[in-house]
Structures are given as C-alpha cells and as structure tokens.
Design a protein around this ligand. Structure first.
Ligand code: MLT
Length: 203
C-alpha cells in the first residue's frame, strides 16, 4: 500500500456497525496520545489518529497560530482541506465509513474547521475545549450531524463567550449540538470522559 499523506496510527474495528473515530490531538501531542481515550469512549470502534503537520517549537499541531488563541486563518483553511483529503485517502485504504471526530484543543479546532469547510468528511464530532476556528463561518449545511462540545468554565485559553459562539454557529448551520460547560480548566476531567462515553453510547 502506498504511504498515506499523514503520519498516523490506525486500529481496526473489533466490533462491526460502529462508525470509525478520528482522533485529533492537542498542541504537542501526536498520533499515540488519544488512542487510550478513543478505546475508552468508543470501545471496539476503528480508530484513525493522524499527527498534525505543523510544528510550533517542535510541537505538532494541525494549523499555524500567530499567538495563543489567534489563528492564521489562511493556514486553518489550507490545513483543514489537507486533513480532509487524508481522511478520504484513509477511508479508501482501510475501507471505512465517514468518521466521528474526537478532538482535543487544537485537534477540536481543526475538527470544527473541517465541519465548516468540508462537512462531508465527518459524520459528527466531539469537540473537547474547542474555540471558533474561522472569524467568518462559511455557509454550510450540517443538518443530521451530531456534535458534543465540552468546555471548561475556568479555561484560561478559551473565553466562555467564544466557545458559546462556536456552538451557536454550528447550531445555526443545522447541527444537533449539545454544549456543556464543565467546572474545569483547559485540561480534561473525569466528567469529560463520562459525558463523551455516554454520547457515543447513545449515538
Ligand atoms: C489552538 O491553538 O488551537 C488553541 O489555542 C488551543 C491550543 O492548541 O492550545
């Protein structure tokens, strides 16, 4: 098989009839980071876990930023398209259906950008500590896509208003969004795990 366009890990499904899960790590993570989380919240599902191609002081990310919370939007668009192309390649190579994204922080932000720019790529998404990736939301139809957004009330990186604006724009595009604000910071808490697990169970 010809190598795919992103360094990645792939874990085949153990049980059929579940959509694959696309794992998208945060800044400084890699393709190994979220595998345990994926196995915990969606046991038996196929897992596809690419490594972000942008390096910030040696730390992998999925797109360039100019400062914390200030994104290079041209790069966000180019990288969201590049990642969507990889997902199409991987679906072909591994014989997969459209995945549900499970992204943390920078990984959640690129998932939100893909929903807006290449909606056919994802069947749905869990966005853990996501913020608005593009200042202008493109016209897009997200009806029938289910999205779980979990934000932290004490998140020092993402203002509550910003996370709510993202939830509102996904809803306005027709997605079925459940947005919960947890008593947490930017890091994940036990509640993130149990809510994400329940969301996958009740899918
Ligand atoms: C981002 O750059 O995507 C967000 O600021 C979150 C982060 O990666 O720290």
């Amino acid at each position: 098989m010809k190598p795919l366009s992103f360094t990645h890990r792939y874990e085949p499904a153990l049980t059929p009839d579940q959509p694959p899960v696309l794992l998208l790590h945060g800044t400084g993570g890699d393709e190994n980071d979220l595998i345990p989380l994926g196995k915990m919240v969606a046991p038996g599902a196929a897992l596809l876990s690419p490594r972000g191609k942008v390096l910030e002081n040696g730390m992998p990310r999925f797109f360039r930023r100019l400062a914390e919370g200030v994104f290079d939007e041209a790069d966000v668009k180019a990288r969201a398209n590049e990642l969507a192309d990889f997902i199409a390649e991987a679906r072909d190579a591994y014989g997969l259906g459209a995945p549900i994204a499970l992204g943390f922080s920078n990984g959640a932000n690129i998932a939100a950008a893909m929903l807006m720019l290449r909606p056919e790529t994802l069947a749905g998404a869990v966005l853990l500590r996501a913020m608005v990736p593009l200042s202008e939301t493109p016209q897009v139809d997200l009806s029938v896509k289910r999205v779980l957004m979990l934000s932290g009330a004490m998140d020092p990186i993402i203002p509550a208003e910003n996370a709510s604006r993202l939830a509102a724009s996904l809803m306005a595009a027709g997605a079925e969004v459940k947005h919960t604000i947890l008593p947490a910071g930017h890091g994940l808490s036990q509640q993130d795990l149990s809510l994400t697990q329940n969301w996958f169970l009740n899918r």
